[in-house]
Ligand binder design. Structure first.
Ligand code: URA
Length: 216
């Protein structure tokens, strides 16, 4: 079986609702932040299926013992928010993954060349190869930032097949680059928009996610 990039757009009414709120230019920053937090929560919920490690055990109920499934605490789980905008998705993701380690990665793109550079890297030198990684980055547009993030992670031992990307809007240029480089990777997004304009913005998209989250 050949592995390939899988892109999920979960058909969930809460995801559709919060996406519509986030897209609306009239949404003020405080509500925009809530929308991104909720999208982080529900997309992480979807991404956790068949990814979050579990273990089989027995529990004793008040009436009898029975088989049960728990989250396996031995397998490391990591969330990597891509600063700045990926922080907006972190709160919702963390509410479902309270034991995950958080490794911040600060990337900024040059507005002329659209090439990203890294200004903060809190990744460890090496990851346990079993580590489940969830990357949060709301906008996958040209793919520059997410490709740089994936390169930083895989050179530290992360398996793309154990990696989930949670974003809000994904566009074909980013998805094509990921697909060519990382078989087995899974992307969870609220929507796919077809157009990236000359300034690197997704159309219709939702504008500059970082600016709208932080109001700056
Ligand atoms: N980053 C954003 O914040 N918005 C886009 O449309 C593309 C990249």
């Amino acid at each position: 079986m050949t592995l390939q990039l899988r892109v999920y757009v979960p058909p969930h009414p809460l995801i559709k609702h919060w996406l519509a709120v986030a897209r609306d230019v009239a949404t003020p920053p405080v509500l925009f932040r809530s929308a991104i937090t909720e999208l982080g929560r529900w997309l992480t919920y979807e991404a956790a299926r068949e990814w979050l490690p579990t273990m089989e055990t027995m529990v004793q109920s008040p009436l009898d013992s029975c088989p049960a499934t728990l989250i396996d605490p031995e397998v490391p789980v990591a969330v990597v928010p891509i600063l700045r905008a990926g922080l907006g998705l972190l709160e919702g993701a963390q509410s479902l993954l309270p034991l995950a380690s958080i490794y911040h990665l600060g990337l900024v793109r040059n507005e002329e060349t659209l090439e990203p550079t890294c200004y903060l890297n809190k990744l460890p030198e090496k990851f346990d190869p079993q580590t489940r990684v969830l990357i949060t980055d709301p906008m996958l547009a040209t793919g520059g930032s997410i490709m740089l993030a994936m390169a930083e992670l895989t050179q530290r031992g992360i398996d793309p097949a154990m990696t989930r990307i949670v974003c809000v809007v994904a566009a074909p240029p980013a998805l094509q680059k990921l697909s060519a480089a990382y078989a087995g990777l899974n992307v969870y997004t609220a929507t796919i928009d077809e157009i990236v304009n000359n300034q690197g913005y997704i159309v219709p998209g939702l504008g500059d996610a970082g600016d709208r989250i932080y109001g700056t």
